[in-house]
Design a protein around this ligand. Structure first.
Ligand code: SAH
Length: 269
């Protein structure tokens, strides 16, 4: 995926906007993980049984991501803290630290690390100042196998992640269990409805692409919060869209680069 600098590109007809608060470098992801009871390091360093030095390969992946463009250091630390190989099937484990999406069953995929890093980085730019150096309370739509939810947990005080496919919801629950992330709540249901019981959310992130951002997500976004989601544009191409709920009232929508996600579907199965 092309990786332009962290500058927002406005869509035709919209004024160009530049959003970006200075990140607080004082709190590292590992400090955050300690504070919020993040990844269980024993589980994170666990051998795959395939001769994979997971920590070393993971560090190399993060170094490649770091070299690829301007990325938020705290987000890279969060990616470095999550053992991605635990979220992919045994047959694919040697590809776990390549920058690629991989099948997770039910026709779905685990997101590319560069896309996870990019999207969470854009969220961080928008909410850190208000939410005290992290993402605050997060809603993720599209748990899949739970990988991105685990990364979000390193940078948040509470993550609610919704998945519409029961088989994947169950799989994610089993995969995150050994990582002991007590502030992660996995919900089985239609994420197009958001998750009203825990609203409002400081950050909302979608891992599946719809024709527009569902109204429920806007309603459940906190004032001062930020949402990021892939959305189909007029030419039926997927594009990342950021929506900020402004303190002064109203929403500001800004478009970013083209992306490739699985479809956002209504209902649960
Ligand atoms: N976050 C995952 C990516 C999973 S792929 C990761 O860490 O890699 C996107 C997921 O979105 C799929 O599992 C798909 O089933 C789910 N999805 C699509 N529409 C949805 C909806 N309306 N509600 C909840 N999940 C949805």
């Amino acid at each position: 995926m092309a990786r332009p600098p962290k500058k927002l590109v406005s869509s035709p007809g919209e004024p160009q906007t530049q959003v970006g608060t200075q990140l607080n470098p004082a709190m590292t992801a590992s400090a955050m993980a300690r504070r919020s009871g993040g990844v269980n390091q024993a589980a994170a360093g666990r051998s795959t049984g395939l001769g994979l030095d997971s920590e070393g390969v993971r560090r190399s992946m993060v170094e490649r991501l770091r070299a690829s463009g301007p990325l938020d250091a705290k987000v890279l630390d969060a990616v470095a803290a999550v053992p991605r190989h635990l979220f992919v099937d045994a047959a694919l484990v040697t590809q776990a630290y390549e920058d690629t999406s991989l099948p997770i069953g039910h026709g779905q995929t685990i997101s590319k690390p560069s896309v996870v890093t990019r999207m969470i980085g854009v969220l961080m730019d928008g909410v850190t100042a208000r939410a005290g150096g992290h993402l605050g309370k997060v809603l993720e739509v599209g748990t899949g196998c739970g990988y991105q939810a685990a990364v979000l947990c390193q940078l948040s005080r509470h993550v609610v992640s919704v998945e519409r496919i029961k088989g994947l919801h169950d799989k994610a629950r089993d995969l995150v269990a050994p990582l002991r992330m007590d502030h992660l709540r996995l919900v089985y249901g239609d994420g197009m409805l958001g998750h009203p019981p825990n609203a409002p959310y400081d950050s909302i992130i979608a891992a599946a692409c719809g024709s527009d951002v569902p109204e429920a997500w806007l309603e459940q976004l906190a004032v001062g919060g930020r949402l990021i989601s892939p959305v189909l544009d007029a030419a039926n191409k997927q594009r990342l869209v950021v929506i900020d709920r402004l303190e002064a009232g109203g929403f500001q929508r800004t478009e970013y680069e083209a992306v490739q996600f699985v479809p956002l579907k209504s209902g649960s199965i």
